[in-house]
Structure formats: C-alpha cells, structure tokens
Ligand binder design. Structure first.
Ligand SMILES: NC(=O)c1ccc[n+]([C@@H]2O[C@H](COP(=O)([O-])OP(=O)(O)OC[C@H]3O[C@@H](n4cnc5c(N)ncnc54)[C@H](O)[C@@H]3O)[C@@H](O)[C@H]2O)c1
Ligand SMILES: [Zn+2]
Length: 393
C-alpha cells in the first residue's frame, strides 16, 4: 500500500470567473410584418444566416391561423439573416410543462433540424410554453440560443422577461429548470387582443405583486386604471406591462442574486400559496389567478399578525376584486384528514424545500414596502384563510 502523501493532500487549484449577461426586452406591434425588422435584427450570427426553430403555442395558432405562413414569409424576406428550420406547434397552457412527450418533441426537433449553439429556438406563447421551450433550449447541447416572444399579459410583464425556465415533474411545479437568460424578449401587444378575459386579467396579479413590494406609485396607477384594464383597454395594458417588466428586470439585475442562490425571493410575494393552489386545483386555476389569491392570503396574514393595517389589506383586496380577479377558491378550504389543518398551508414547507435554505417569506407592512419573515404563525394563517370562507366574505 502506498504511503499517504501529505503534500498532495494540501494542494488545491482555485477557480473564479464571472459571466456578464445582457439582453433587452423590446416592445412592438405586428412583429411579423415584413416591414418590421426587429426580430431579424435580434438574430445575430457570426456567419449568417442563423438557423431558427420556432416553437409555437397551439392557443396562439388557434387565434392567429396565418402565423406559421407569416413567419415563413418573414423568414424569406430576411433570408440573409436567418434560415427557418421549422415551426413546431405545441399544446398551450400548463400541459406544455407537464407533458414529457411535448418536451421530447422539442428536443427531437432541435436534434432533427441541426439546431446548434449558434442557432436559435424562438418560442412564441404563454408563460407555460416559454418555460418549457426555454428549458429544452437550455439543456440541448448545454444551451442553444433562445428568443422569447411572449403572447400573454403574464408572460409579457413577468415570466418571459426573466432568466428562468422550467418544467413540472413528480407532481411538483417547476421541479426541473435552469437559469438561462434569453438572447432577447420581444413583446408584441397585438397578440394580447385574442386572449380570453381570464388570461387578459390574470397577468395583472404579477403587476399588483411587484407594485406592492416595490412601488406605491405603480400600485396607484393600477388603481386608477382598474376600470380601463377590466374593460380591455390596450393602452392601459401596455403601460402596465412596460412598468411591470421594467421592475422585474431591474430587480433581477440589481438585487445581487439573479440566479436565486440565497433563500430570499421577494418577487415571489404571494407565491407559496399560489403554487400550492395551482397544483391542488390540478391547474384549473391560472398562475395569475392563484397569485391573486396568494396575495390576498398574505395580506390578510400580515394584518392578523399585526404587520399591515386593515385599511391597506382592504385596499389590496378591493383592487383585486375591481379587476375581476379571484380572491378565493374552493381548494383553499380543503383540510388535512389527519391534522385538521388547511391543506394549502403545507405549501409553505414545499416553498422552502424548492428554494432551499431558511424559510423566507416576503410580506408587506405597507403598500410598496416589503420585509421578510422566517416563520409563519399557523393560527394567524388559519384566521386569514377562515376570513375567505364564502360565508364570512
Ligand atoms: N419563468 C418564470 O420566471 C415564470 C414566472 C411566472 C410564471 N411562470 C409560469 O408561466 C405559466 C403561466 O403563464 P401564462 O399565464 O402565460 O399562461 P399559459 O401559458 O398557461 O397560457 C394560458 C392560455 O392562453 C393561451 N394563449 C397564449 N397566448 C395567447 C394569445 N395571444 N391569444 C389567445 N390565447 C393565448 C395558451 O394556449 C393557454 O391556453 C405558469 O406555468 C407559470 O409557472 C414562469
Ligand atoms: Zn408568478
């Protein structure tokens, strides 16, 4: 037997480097009109043309049936810039993130059409399709270039402008995923015209969320615009999306933790309950609808725990109601048969498990002002949920 070499045991090679990420969110209308060069300009290639695989949400194609042809026409107009490899239509909505088959189909297309690290996956759709396609792009060849074209309010103001992508697994939301910033994000507000009322409204929750934790003026802007937003005024929605996207991007760039290595996640205010309610409802609730309910629960909790005034809690709830967003759901009152406690409260621990580290829940103590807690008082939380029982509301 060789003798132990103490000099080898003491050796180490230190490694340190940093990578700078840079991307823009562009705002436009009629992205695929041949006169609009924005997308062609966003595709940068060392030796053009770059190959592009389009992954499109079926819900978008249903309403914009000419879209695949418009993409083909656009690609031939800009053929010196990019080469259309294929357009792949995938089922829209949360099923995109639940279906292994859909993920496989995107990966297979990346393989079959020879999409390399210098090619592009361009995803067009709601937050779910963007999350899934972004995940496929991030894991194929350890990362191919990715452009997002979000088509819902929620994807344009929050999910599409950030650095995360994901896929659901083991019955858990976002269990798989990577932090992989896109090359560019392009918000075309014309897509919003065909959203259902539910999808038009549900993304507003993320704007209320970020306003509550960071920007009282923005909250007041949403209050002033509530009637216009509820009546589908596009100008009011464009202003909301722009401000909300800017606040999300600024937070990611400046909070010192873009890839969420710490325990805190202020942008996830209201989200521990939202994620649990989404899975308890078997995704009947949209993410944005669940976030609206999650915000209500955490505001009522903050009130019962003595952090937030009743006036501020009521102001938040009134805004959510004025926007025809839900403040409650039947799943909220399901109880654990063994403990007799509300099942949704288990979401607190699942949230901690997903983040890792110490439990950190963001609350507000005034509109526009957030703080963190590391434990939750179950009695206060039960009171908050009790308050939402249909009989007491
Ligand atoms: N990556 C992130 O940082 C992040 C952040 C927040 C939310 N998310 C994820 O985003 C998802 C929710 O996204 P969402 O609210 O956009 O919902 P969604 O993607 O489920 O889309 C909702 C419905 O709208 C349809 N649709 C999309 N665009 C349309 C259009 N222009 N016209 C008509 N129909 C259209 C879709 O087909 C779908 O049926 C969730 O999975 C959530 O976890 C991700
Ligand atoms: Zn969210």
């Amino acid at each position: 037997m060789q003798s132990f070499n103490p000099l080898y045991h003491m050796k180490q090679i230190k490694q340190q480097f940093s990578v700078t990420y840079q991307y823009a969110t562009y705002f436009t209308e009629n992205l695929f009109a041949v006169e609009n060069p924005l997308l062609a300009k966003a595709i940068v290639a060392e030796s053009p043309p770059a190959k592009c695989l389009f992954v499109i949400d079926s819900g978008v194609v249903e309403k914009w049936q000419h879209l695949p042809q418009a993409i083909a026409d656009y690609a031939s107009a800009y053929q010196h810039q990019f080469l259309l490899a294929a357009t792949l239509i995938v089922p829209g909505g949360e099923q995109a993130k639940n279906s292994q088959q859909t993920l496989h189909n995107v990966l297979a297309a990346i393989n079959n059409y020879g999409i390399c690290r210098h090619s592009y996956v361009i995803a067009i759709g709601g937050g779910a399709v963007l999350d899934m396609a972004g995940y496929a792009a991030a894991i194929a060849h350890r990362g191919v270039r990715h452009i997002r074209i979000p088509t819902t309010v929620l994807a344009q103001n929050d999910s599409g402008v950030g650095v995360k992508n994901s896929f659901n697994a083991f019955g858990k939301k976002n269990f798989l995923g990577t932090f992989q910033p896109p090359v560019a994000v392009i918000n075309d507000s014309r897509f919003l015209e065909t959203l259902s009322d539910r999808d038009w409204l549900s993304g507003i929750s993320e704007a209320i969320k970020v306003a509550l934790i960071k920007d009282k003026d923005f909250f007041e802007q949403i209050e002033r615009d509530a009637a216009a937003l509820a009546q589908r005024n596009l100008t009011a929605m464009q202003a909301l999306i722009y401000r909300c996207a800017a606040l999300h991007m600024e937070h990611i760039a400046t909070n010192g933790d873009p890839f969420e290595r710490g325990s805190a996640r202020p942008l996830d205010f209201g989200h521990w309950a939202a994620h649990k309610l989404e899975s308890m409802s078997n995704y009947r609730l949209r993410h944005g609808e669940a976030v609206a309910i999650g915000i209500v629960i955490d505001c009522l909790y903050a009130f019962h725990a003595g952090y937030l005034s009743k006036a501020d809690a009521c102001r938040v709830i009134n805004l959510i109601k004025n926007l025809n967003l839900p403040t409650s759901a039947p799943e909220l009152f399901e109880k654990n048969a063994d403990t007799g406690t509300y099942q949704v409260i288990a979401g607190i621990n699942e949230f901690r498990e997903h983040l890792g580290g110490t439990l950190t829940i963001t609350l507000i103590n005034a509109i526009g002002s957030s703080f963190e807690v590391h434990s939750i008082n179950n009695t206060c939380m039960e009171k908050a949920i009790d308050w939402l029982q249909p009989s007491t509301n």
